[in-house]
Design a protein around this ligand. Sequence first.
Ligand SMILES: Nc1nc2c(ncn2[C@@H]2O[C@H](COP(=O)(O)OP(=O)(O)OP(=O)(O)O)[C@@H](O)[C@H]2O)c(=O)[nH]1
Length: 455
Amino acid sequence: MAFEGLSDKLSAVFKKMRGKGKLKEADIKEAMREVRMALLEADVNYKVAKEFVAKVTERAVGDEVLESLTPAQQVIKIVNDELTSLMGETGARINFSSKPPTIVMMCGLQGSGKTTHSAKLALHFKNQGKRPLLVACDVYRPAAIDQLKVVGAKVNVPVFEMGQANPVEIAKKAVSHAKDYGNDLVILDTAGRLHIDQVLIEELQNIKAQVSPQEILLVIDSMIGQDAVNVASSFNEALGIDGVILTKLDGDTRGGAALSVRAVTGKPIKFVGMGEKLEDLEPFYPDRMASRILGMGDVLTLIEKAQTELDEKQALEMAQKMKQNSFDFNDMLSQMQQLKKMGPLSSVLGMIPGVAGKLKEEDAEQGEKQLQQVEAIIQSMTAAEREKPSLINPSRKRRIAAGSGTRVEDVNRLIRQHEQMQKMFRQMSGGSKKGKRRKMPFNIGGMGGMPGMPF
Ligand SMILES: Nc1nc2c(ncn2[C@@H]2O[C@H](COP(=O)(O)OP(=O)(O)OP(=O)(O)O)[C@@H](O)[C@H]2O)c(=O)[nH]1
């Protein structure tokens, strides 16, 4: 997960501070030196790190903090505030034109994720009732047009292309096509290069001059570390970008780009890419990101994800089944499939306060493997067995284990877990005698069951 190293280091600094109780100015200065090192190691631009630490120190050495009963908490709050303000305070969004279509021009280096994110944006806005049109302006790499068509088909959004024609002409024709066909959002997927070069920049400037996009979004791969800032500055100087989409934040990037881009270019991050799937796009909220970096979770994003990705009707049916104690293996499978829709387990769990920061990549991977194993076991059961687990006798268990590539012990464990769940649902609907809130019986990557989620 992005920011893992930074989060770990910051929490170590804060732990040390908390352990001291009362703080002196020297303690804060020492802590801030460590914060600065942590930021630099996370690839934050050195000037940004220096200014950040200076601001936090200035606010933290005041009597108000030092004399307070919880000085360490106050310092953490200041770090949180300053991290948020570094990334731009409020979430910046796309400016929609009052005269449709709104034109969004995507630009960026090769492989940064432009094509994928053109489709992710199209899906995001289609889900909000827009009628997007994707436009293939990357004519130099023939496969790029096909790639856009493939992702366009996946999100069910039309793709406008004219083969290897002049990209400026393509953009112009696409806009008039959009007007004719009622597309209110035009997303131009432009060509990338390995490095910024004059030919590329001129082509983008020409497209800009001819179709006047409302939004020029720069797509930056967060894995390129320190270079992100140079790329952003160069594109901004040449084109005047309106915002940034930071991609691959789900990987093990150190995350410095997220913290430096806005400070150096003055242009906000508008979206972040959190995975290869076309649903894995999140609007960027500086405050929520700061909270994630400080290991305090991001409950708001989790709730929003649940609202958009989970099927409400299915959830209600499931609740009913739990109440009636008829929660079978089919229901368990469908719950797992819903959970998977919310994204990689590591990013979902990382948003839960308390889990965030403590979650290790290995735990999430192990959890992911367990989910796959459970899925394979259920899929190897017959319809009758899924509905009536009591049918599963030893010879059936052997067959299921062989079919799912697991061991009989694994099948036994799953059956036991299902029984425990049944028992728990019974207690919940009848009311547990002790009235205690119980943990769920599933154990993801050794983290214990999570309240409210059956897995
Ligand atoms: N893990 C992860 N992978 C991503 C993300 N966004 C894109 N990718 C992957 O990155 C690779 C490059 O993405 P593309 O969309 O082809 O990049 P591009 O900028 O259009 O590349 P060119 O067309 O060569 O300029 C693909 O394999 C994507 O699946 C993301 O947010 N997370």
